[in-house]
Design a protein around this ligand. Sequence first.
Ligand code: ZN
Length: 374
Amino acid sequence: MLIALNEKNEPVRADSAPIGAQYCCPACKGKVILKKGELKISHFSHWRNQLCSKRTESETEEHLRGKLDLMRWAHKRLGETKLEYYIPAIRQRTDLLIVHNNYWFAIEFQCSPLPVASVQSRTEGYISIGLPVVWISGNKLKLSRKPTALHCALMNETGSGELYFLHYDQSSCQLMVYHSFHSLKGYFSFSSRYIHFGSEVDATSVKQVEIQSYVLQAPSVAKNRLKQLYRFKLHQDSRYRQFFELLYTSRLSLESMPEALLHPVAREWMIRTVPQEWKLLLLKWIVALPEKQILTQKLIDRQRVQWTESGKIDFYCFPNVSSSALNRPLIDFLKLLAALSVLDSLGEGKWRVNRKCRTIRMLSKTNECIITDF
Ligand SMILES: [Zn+2]
């Protein structure tokens, strides 16, 4: 860590702290020693292995230097910035605490892999005191392909509900912003831009990808997905076992299932459950709704929580993301259904089931069969 308390209980930074004095940790009050070496930048470390030391002792050069870079940048561009600020109420030390336009938020610069549950509990700690947190990843957690469970846990959300992922490359002093994640064309992609901390004006290079989450796919994507499903069935792929069971108990087959299941939607990467499975669940739920029921975001939200709690739909863990953003993949699918005339869009996040549509008629028929069979 870069900050410790001196004998007068004042916070001091390692690079300006005199050698030979006594220092203690702001969190556990345990003794820390000042290390001024030539290899690593000046920092403090705990005298012996104390409970709180777990997070700080293995601190890398990347983490120490990165925090200082981010602090300088935030101080210049955003406002008052405190380094390694300890919050007793939640017993957490933020890497940075920033005040921007009277708005406080914490920065966590995460350089080494850690369990998703730890990201979740730290995020929930901040949320419990109303302090927003922004996660920034270091080089070991760089995003290069489809996000892992840990990447998902480190996702942040903009005011308008879009997800973004930050990565700080300490060696080149570049902050990368990844955004517009989507799995539309059968593969995963995203856009990125970078902010260079060295330059006066933030140099940005934006590669914008236009996305319409509900745009119908070229037939080849749906066809490829169907071919894939036949392969999965043939090889009894364990990931798809539940889907095929659901298909079977719904009295459907790969030939007769609704076409909508084959179209990818933009944010389906947020869900671990195979897409056809949760889409079929959602469709069956829609069909079983009372005829005059209007589908609202609130209703979807309630149902999503139920599905998540019962383990029927397995979302990746996004502790730093609101529930309306978690609804997005489901909403994407509803928009697709509206484009396929399965739903009538009533505007402003409201839909009604189109009972005349073939898919709905077919599904309600198979539903009835199942009921009369018992
Ligand atoms: Zn400590």
